[in-house]
Write a protein that binds this ligand. Sequence first.
Ligand SMILES: [Zn+2]
Ligand SMILES: [Zn+2]
Length: 353
Amino acid sequence: MQVFAVHGPGEPVKEIEVPTPELAGKEVIVHITHSGVCHSDVHCQEGHFDLGSAGKLPIAASGVQWPAVFGHEIVGTVVAAGPEATVQPGDTQYIVFPWIGCGKCQACREDRENYCPRGRNLSVGLRGGFAREVWVPDERYLIELGDLDPAWGATLACSGVTSYSAVNKVLPRGEEDVVAVIGAGGVGLMAVAILNALGHQKIAVVDVSDENLEIAKKLGATITFNSKVENPTAGLIEAAGGKIAAAIDFVNNGATASMALGALQKGGQLVSVGLFGGEHTYPTTLLALQVFTIQGNFVGSLPELKAVVELARTHDLPQLPIVELPLSADNINASLEDLAAGKSRGRTVLVAD
Ligand SMILES: [Zn+2]
Ligand SMILES: [Zn+2]
């Protein structure tokens, strides 16, 4: 199999050949037609996540072995299947669920593989989507693409399922309850559209760009707030007409987390999603007195990906501008560099010939 591997932290990808495994059980090999490039691939290539003053979290701690094959937004066709698989090699395109667990622990048995302590995500524990082909340990991780656009379908496996899973954590909520989405970039805007599609009424969107806030309004935001003000917490409460029931923080730095906690009503819920780095301090007594819940969100589960794919089929979810480039080492490297430099507009999806 041809893969585009990174040989160590900070190295560019190079195309190399790795052995094609003999397939057992329900294992499949997927020929990749579309492979999205995500900002977390940049962190992976750099070799660490930024933890603010707590330093850096090396990705080797997550099970990455060099040379590593990153990329986790995969659409492709089955080219080979194990003896027990029911899926047939052919032209049918599938979205590949990448957040694969050990299959044995409590979380995995409950279909919450993204909570598995021994996760083997495609691109971390297992080789990922910067490749011509990818080995997938079970056909159950394939979701039929149907008539969705394949480049956009690939991104549902990451930004789509992340948004859905975060929204899923704060719903259902009463009709008076304001749910705030902080950060109206791609993932945040998707969350706004999902909240709207799931029938939530009061959706507040916070960003520092009026342009992004205008897009959010078109997707269902009922309240918008530009947080480039002296006291963003007070500003958010005022814009929302009172304290808010829940906040989903797609930025998740010290400033946004503090703003969200300050704006929550009693029993409020903060879901932390962004990986921008930072920290917050908050009076622990108030956490108790205000009965707050603070919860992290990282990607999503297989049932959640299936749900967001279904939602994409039945609702008009926003499709971010996607740049399609031929799948090659040069284009992967250029895309990662652009993302790292903040030069990327929308998503880049690599398309195999
Ligand atoms: Zn991603
Ligand atoms: Zn597990």
